[in-house]
Design a binder for this molecule. Structure first.
Ligand code: ADP
Length: 794
């Protein structure tokens, strides 16, 4: 070996040793860099620069793999280091998302078997050869990067200056660095995953929905923000205390039991906040190992809302059940208009069976023209009742009242809808309207004027007749006051009547009103108080009635006047007649007695006639005089004490000559102990005389007439009974009127004037008594009268 060869060898050995040293230094530097904290983006470019400098090639780069669903495994260049004068490829789009299978299938096979790829480009086959030579690459070394088991990417070295042969040193160094990078990446990946999971855990831990605590036999070792929010204690306070401070005393026992049994089942207790307020909580605990110990991780959840909605749900379910079972209407629950439940009432109303209704659209139960309205109601959650037209299964329609409410039901918000068939109500409303119309029609055309007024007397409403009565039209009247149409002479009465209406609630009066044309008419007005301080008046025109009444009064007054004149005339006349008659009777008596000389038989007969006729005339005149006196109010009682039995006895005796002539048995049938009365003796005698003389007169020969006497509470009752001809029933009331006799023939047969019973009646009534008769034709009559004891002063 020549010395120059030797020198050359020495240089090469020196150079090789130096390169090796450089390579080792670089690898140490790389390893140290890889151990530094920092992100992949910060570390890997620095590694690439170290390696690039020591290898001294044209370009060094790292590609990262990505799996594309269409292209398969792809590579993208992510970092690059280039030497001066070499074109960088970092922005070359062709080196992004490049499919291994399409661009470099051989490379893929090599790298996947964890081998390196070291070639001179000209020796390569296509497509690798074309793609690399296009970038001006003469020589290439590519080493796979594995992150753990995953083929992550590769690190590559190009030489564009010379066709460089890669030696063992290059390959070993770069392999070591690629492995370092792989390990670095897989470590960072694990770290990231850990950090992410820690962040997730922390987020979970601090989530506000619940309190989480880790405790050892009740002593709190750790807790989250949720527990702080829930309990009102700070985290420091919680950690300084045991877990029993956050629950009530009663709940503490439950918690201790659960602790002792190491139960992992959820249970409910009552929590107690720092401010003393209590709230329901649900607890779930798990036993876990923590820092070498078995501890319990407990989750606490504030279930106030849950409890409240549970309670509301229960209430609403109960309400629903009550409604459901009530028979008064149709009820259903729908979600988005689909009926999910309904009662029997709904099937009765709609004609569908319950099975048919479930699943049906609620809207189809209403007539089509009403559906928009219902949809509006549903959309606005409207809860007031409204009316639509219902549609039955048989397509018939009916008026329907609907009310819907949104309620929680089995954990959801649903609409509960109540249907009510209001056909009957509608019908009765119509009937009411009809009857109101009819009634209004009646009112309007009533024969009364109907006027409604307020408490000040202003007319509010009037009917047609009221207008007719006053001459004013409706508009005019409703602008007027009650006093405006009253005639001046009735103003005081009208005022009193309106006061009475207001205070007593009703009034009834007769008034004169002035018609619009000035004429005055009489009206009768009845008023009643209505509600709201309003009054209703019924008015009717009584002008004609008033006129008739007036003429009646006038006629009566005239009649009374005439009667009085007649009575006075009669009284005077009777008096004037009696005086000459007394002379006729008196002188005929004297002639009969023969004081003025003996009379012949014939003369005596004539004088007897004169005397009898005179006496008869005197009787008649006396009766007329008495009746006239009574009618003229001039007859008065002259009372005294006397014994009625004695008076009857006396009267009977005076009648014997009369009864004897007809052989009539005349007697007093019974007597009383004390027959004393205070009365007008003369008039009682007259009564007895009139009744007895009638009885004898109308009783045939050999008959019977008797008197019965009874005491009454304050007087006496006397009956005169005969066995005579009797009185037909149709005449029995009349015979007490003056000049009444049963018939003309009787007048002839029995004589008389028809004044006797009229006088009896008047005298009895003057004694506050009564007279009546019982009689049967052909069998006889009984006349009975009562008289009352008169007051001594009279
Ligand atoms: P007078 O007897 O003068 O006709 P009265 O007033 O006493 O008038 O009687 C009226 C009429 O009543 C009599 O005319 C007679 O028709 C009838 N009357 C009265 N008393 C009796 C009687 N006891 N029985 C039958 N009829 C009688």
């Amino acid at each position: 070996m020549s010395s120059s060869d030797k020198n050359k060898n020495m240089d090469e050995i020196e150079h090789s040793i130096e390169r090796r040293l450089n390579y080792e230094r670089a690898s140490v530097k790389c390893m140290r860099t890889l151990l530094e904290p920092g992100s992949i983006d910060n570390i890997l470019p620095r590694i690439l620069n170290i390696v690039h400098r020591v290898v001294d090639n044209s370009r060094t780069y790292i590609f990262k793999n990505e799996l594309d669903p269409d292209l398969g495994l792809c590579m993208s260049q992510i970092y690059e280091a280039v030497s001066y004068g070499i074109e960088p490829q970092i922005d070359n789009p062709e080196l992004q998302y490049l499919s291994y299978n399409e661009a470099t299938p051989t490379l893929l096979t090599v790298l996947e078997s964890r081998q390196h790829f070291a070639h001179l480009v000209e020796e390569l086959d296509d497509p690798e050869r074309t793609i690399l030579s296009e970038q001006g690459i003469l020589s290439v070394l590519i080493i796979p990067i594995y992150a753990g088991k995953d083929f992550w990417g590769f690190i590559g070295f190009d030489d564009c200056v010379k066709a460089r042969e890669w030696d063992e040193n290059d390959i070993d160094l770069l392999r070591m660095i690629a492995d370092g990078i792989g390990e670095f990446i897989s470590h960072r990946k694990a770290e990231n995953e850990l950090r992410e999971s820690e962040e997730r855990y922390r987020a979970l831990h601090n989530a506000t929905f619940g309190g989480i605590l880790i405790h050892d036999k009740g002593r709190i070792l750790d807790c989250n923000q949720g527990l702080v929010d829930m309990t009102g204690y700070s985290k420091e306070e919680l950690l300084a205390n045991d877990s029993f401070t956050i629950v009530t005393k009663e709940s503490k026992h439950i918690v201790m039991e659960k602790l002792a049994s190491r139960s992992e089942e959820p249970y409910e207790i009552t929590g107690r906040r720092k401010d003393g307020t209590e709230y329901p909580i649900r607890v779930q605990a798990k036993n876990i190992p923590y820092k070498g110990k078995q501890v319990r991780v407990t989750e606490l959840r504030d279930i106030t809302e849950e409890k409240e909605s549970e309670k509301a749900l229960k209430e609403s379910e109960e309400r629903f059940k009550a409604l459901h079972q009530g028979s008064f209407g149709g009820i259903f629950i729908h979600i988005n208009d689909i009926i999910i439940e309904c009662n029997q009432g709904l099937s009765e109303i709609t004609g569908y069976s319950q099975d048919e209704l479930i699943g049906k659209k609620g809207i189809t139960l209403a007539a089509e023209r009403c559906r928009d309205k219902i949809l509006d109601v549903i959309a606005t959650d409207y809860e007031e009742p409204f009316e639509v037209i219902g549609l039955r299964k048989d397509r018939t329609e009916y008026p329907l009242k609907v009310q819907a409410k949104t309620i929680p039901y089995k954990g959801k918000n649903v609409r509960i809808v109540e249907f009510r068939d209001i056909t009957e109500r509608k019908e009765s409303e119509k009937a009411l309207r009809d009857s109101e119309r009819k009634f209004m029609n009646y009112l309007e055309n009533a024969p009364y004027g109907i006027l409604i007024l307020d408490e000040h007397g202003n007319y509010l409403e009037v009917n047609k007749t009221a207008c007719k009565l006053t001459g004013y039209d409706e508009n005019e009247l409703t602008q007027m006051n009650i006093s405006d149409i009253i005639a001046p002479e009735s103003l005081i009465t009208a005022g009193q009547s309106f006061d009475e209406l207001k205070t007593r609630g009703y009034t009834s009066t007769e008034l004169q009103v002035t018609h619009k044309d000035g004429s005055v008419s009489w009206i009768r007005r009845d008023g009643t108080k209505l509600s709201d301080n309003r009054f209703i008046l019924f008015s009717s025109d009584i002008t004609e009635m008033k006129k008739a009444e007036h003429s009646l009064i006038e006629a009566k007054m005239l009649a009374e006047h005439n009667n009085r004149i007649k009575s006075e005339f009669l009284a005077n006349m009777s008096h004037e007649l009696r005086t000459p008659l007394t002379a006729v009777i008196g002188f005929s008596d004297i002639l009969q007695e023969g004081v003025a000389g003996e009379l012949t038989e014939k003369q005596l007969g004539y004088v007897d006639h004169i005397n009898k006729s005179g006496n008869h005339l005197l009787e008649i005149i006396n009766d007329i005089l008495d009746l006239s006196k009574i009618e003229a109010g001039k007859m008065e009682l002259e009372c005294e004490d006397f014994n009625v039995s004695e008076l009857i006895d006396e009267t009977l005796k005076s009648m014997y000559p009369m009864s004897g002539k007809k052989n009539i048995k005349l007697y007093l049938r019974n007597n009383i102990n004390n027959g004393n009365v205070h009365a007008d003796k003369i008039k009682i005698r007259q009564i007895l005389y009139n009744l007895l003389s009638n009885a004898i007169k109308f009783t045939p020969d050999n008959g019977e007439v008797f008197i019965s006497i009874e005491k009454t509470e304050n007087g006496i009752q006397v009956s005169v009974t005969d066995t005579g001809i009797g009185i037909p029933s149709e005449m029995q009331d009349e015979i007490f009127s003056p000049f009444t006799q049963v018939d003309a023939s009787s007048k002839r047969r029995y004589g008389g004037t028809g004044l006797g019973l009229a006088l009896v009646k008047q005298f009895v009534e003057m004694h506050n008594g009564k007279v009546w008769l019982e009689s049967e034709e052909g069998k006889g009559s009984t006349f009975t009268f009562t008289i009352k004891n008169q007051k001594k002063d009279d």
